[in-house]
Design a protein around this ligand. Sequence first.
Ligand SMILES: [Zn+2]
Length: 192
Amino acid sequence: MTIFEEVKELVSVPAVARYYGIDVRRGNMCLCPFHNERTPSMKLYEKNYYCFGCKAHGDVINLVQEIFRMSAIRAVKRINNDFSLGLDIDKPPEREDIERINRQRQELEEYQQWEKHSYKVLNDYLWLMRDYAEKYALHNPDDIPDKRFIYSQNHISYAEYLANEFLLADKETKLSMKGEIEQIEQEMLRIK
Ligand SMILES: [Zn+2]
């Protein structure tokens, strides 16, 4: 979570408005500090404000920015101090966080490549089985079956099952098929 998100999470718009002197009335309505008016037309919600008169709107940080005419980061610092939030504003993102994010990104890329490759292996295997079944099909009862035909008959259901299973499986299940897929890759090199 960024420092901005943390501030927005920790303080409400009505509480901050009240603290900085805005007279919050019934229904969380108040006189708009951004235009002159006699009857309240600004509505304060928990996380936002909206003026029905001048259309001013924003979140709690915008509100403080507008009241004091300051930058967002200074508004965050001011809220942090005034509300004793104890946030460490000047802290740069931690190295561990950066490393963790980079590592996760790299792992994801590696997984996606593996997934793509595995899907291709299983599909190639399935098509090889279909190919063998068709190309070496028996035409006469007396034909001596080619060993590739026999192989296809023994493995085509398995190949279909694996290809479908992999397509529909979640990440964990796919990874659990890793050994089987590697074996099939070896097997294809052997039989081709
Ligand atoms: Zn207004």
